[in-house]
Design a protein around this ligand. Sequence first.
Ligand SMILES: Nc1nc2c(c(=O)[nH]1)N[C@H]1C(S)=C(S)[C@@H](COP(=O)(O)OP(=O)(O)OC[C@H]3O[C@@H](n4cnc5c(=O)[nH]c(N)nc54)[C@H](O)[C@@H]3O)O[C@H]1N2
Ligand SMILES: Nc1nc2c(c(=O)[nH]1)N[C@H]1C(S)=C(S)[C@@H](COP(=O)(O)OP(=O)(O)OC[C@H]3O[C@@H](n4cnc5c(=O)[nH]c(N)nc54)[C@H](O)[C@@H]3O)O[C@H]1N2
Ligand code: SF4
Ligand SMILES: [Mo]
Length: 684
Amino acid sequence: MPEGTAFSVCPHDCPSACAVDVELRADGRIGTVRGARDLPYTAGVVCAKVARYAERVHHPGRLATPLRRAGPKGSGRFEPVSWDAALDEIAARLVETARRDGPAAVWPYHYAGTMGLVQRESLNRLRHVMGWSRQHYTICSSIVEAGWRAGVGHKFGPHPTEIAESDLVVVWGANPVHTQVNLMHHIARARKERGAQLVVVDPYRTPTAAQADLHVMPRPGTDGALAVAMMHVLFADDLVDRAYLARYADDPDRLAAHVADRPPAWAAPITGLSVDAIVAFARLYGATKRSMIRVGYGFARSRNGAAAAHAVTCLPTLTGAWAHKGGGATYSYTDLYKLDRRMIDGNDRLDRRVRILDQSRIGPVLTGDRRDLGDGPPVKALVIQNTNPLAVAPDTGLVRRGFLREDLFTVVHEQFMTETAALADLVLPATTFLEHDDLYISLGHSHLQIGPRAIAPFAEARPNQEVVNALAARLGADHPGFAMSAWEAIDWTLRASGYGDAEDLRARRWLDCQPEFERAHFLTGFGHADGRFRFAPDWAALGPDHAAMPALPDHLANTDEADARRPYRLVTAPSRNYLNTSFTETPTSQAREGRPTAKIHPDDCAALGLVADGRVRIGNDKGSVVVAVEPFDGLQRGIVIVEGIWPNAAFEEGMGINLLVSADPAPPNGGAVFHDTAVWLRPA
Ligand SMILES: Nc1nc2c(c(=O)[nH]1)N[C@H]1C(S)=C(S)[C@@H](COP(=O)(O)OP(=O)(O)OC[C@H]3O[C@@H](n4cnc5c(=O)[nH]c(N)nc54)[C@H](O)[C@@H]3O)O[C@H]1N2
Ligand SMILES: Nc1nc2c(c(=O)[nH]1)N[C@H]1C(S)=C(S)[C@@H](COP(=O)(O)OP(=O)(O)OC[C@H]3O[C@@H](n4cnc5c(=O)[nH]c(N)nc54)[C@H](O)[C@@H]3O)O[C@H]1N2
Ligand code: SF4
Ligand SMILES: [Mo]
């Protein structure tokens, strides 16, 4: 590979999908990774962990060869095998499983460890062609997505770079200093150039909240109540845009009547906020037309998260902010990309009659819960790419029990020996984004980008696409996509979708898919048949579990509330230097994060006899974990924050924070409730 600079796209599961410039060194290694200057959203910014990607891609712990388990499950003993031997064995076991128990007994399980469409989705092609069990994607966005679609309909909106032209930015249930650093760049511009105010709604003083003009600090799982009380104030103070409502909303009069008996005094005890704080926030919001709400994922990771997300999106509709430059709300843009994905995910072979299993309920699924399996067979084989469920999935005690089943055959294709890979029968080494080609959409902005391979694959590592194709050949799976390299699949997809071809995109790097202002701001209509924003959503259209959903925006009291036995509420928020479990292997990230730590109010510490740097045991009916104590006054009493999805091995007793998190699905369409857990605390 020549010295110089290669370009690519950060593949990690992050709204930013940064366009990156990668320094290439003569020895075949990479130097610094920088944000591309010319893509206005990236604007030359990347997060620190990706800037030092050399630590990850050239890490001594990268998996180098296929490995076969050589001791009991969990022993960690493996022996190297050839690719051919590994693939032959996998194919034989999968054929045997399907013959004995039916194809639904095989469950390909993947997620967004890479967001590149080809390497992320190619496993679906094999799944669909083979008739293996389907996957309901619920671990990240299904809750907030239901809430957003309920009112707005379309999954796009005002462009996030418009934040620079806002007078008020509300970051609601997100922590972009950790999770979406580029957003902070655009917020900083608005503050500098326009004197814009920043409001952060978060149960604890995150680094984002610490920068805010106003930090609104509700109890977790109460945003619906906060938003509804704000609506009460907006109507009462006549801060609503009646002309806008008449034209663009379904039934504002019904909403006004509904919120009339939900004043701030109603929301105060639910949220733990004062009446004055709610009124002040509502008046600030109502007084500003150019107000942009970043609708985060975080506040929706509760059983009532979809109702809360819907309630928050009602606010810019009431003030008519959507109609203004720099106004409205920003969430996700994936409806903008009109891609023909047949050659990538084989959706031409999708059969909706095949059983679908909930990703977030992998614990119950693997331990035979009939609510998940229906009358189908137990899962007997897992093929895993791009995810680390042993650490990231709810109820990891059950997940672990499932993976230890002697009758379960597990293949994990990974870059590192994660805790999930450590429980596999066969482990396959995977390339990183720098070692393969891919095509990227972005969750948090509107650009379609290409990321060509920049360096040679490490050791024997292979891309997901190649592994899927090699298995397909052995399984006799028939689909034209199995004959395509990643580059060919990209090329076919772009051509079929009317986006030129792969070489065009390589020359341009990215294509902006953002529609014109009128459409992006829904002046041509929201995403429903009548073009109107819905205060009264059609929840039945958004998920099967809709009976509990409120007819109009409301506080849904279905969370795991604190009680006498479990008086605290746990929020498991993301850390800055880890990205889910990625980067937990890099020394700089490890050094910066230290160890798993609970932020607890100083008065709670005093009452419990907890001291700084001491240890606390956090538990509920599922078990308990021990972490370090950090007395912290940036949260309400009764709330506990543990940042980061640490490897289980970082905890004294070998099980991580998700041991405590429930696998209950959030209505109406499922979703993991990572920030909705009642716990007890005691000194350890
Ligand atoms: N550094 C880093 N970056 C990441 C990730 C990471 O792990 N680390 N993860 C990536 C992924 S997969 C995703 S989906 C995004 C997620 O990014 P975000 O949208 O930021 O969502 P969360 O990560 O869940 O949590 C964000 C904030 O929500 C707050 N929160 C929790 N419960 C509530 C509540 O009830 N109400 C309110 N108002 N706030 C609440 C938490 O305290 C936290 O500060 O980030 C991506 N980027
Ligand atoms: N407690 C708690 N738990 C959470 C969350 C939380 O906020 N709190 N957030 C949740 C959210 S939002 C999400 S999205 C999930 C994410 O959970 P995961 O999907 O498991 O996310 P990652 O840890 O980023 O990683 C995935 C793995 O993919 C591997 N990988 C990366 N690229 C490739 C590739 O090209 N090929 C192959 N074969 N492997 C690759 C990486 O090495 C990494 O081990 O976690 C969830 N879990
Ligand atoms: S993790 Fe997010 S912020 Fe960091 S480089 Fe990747 S896309 Fe950009
Ligand atoms: Mo996520």
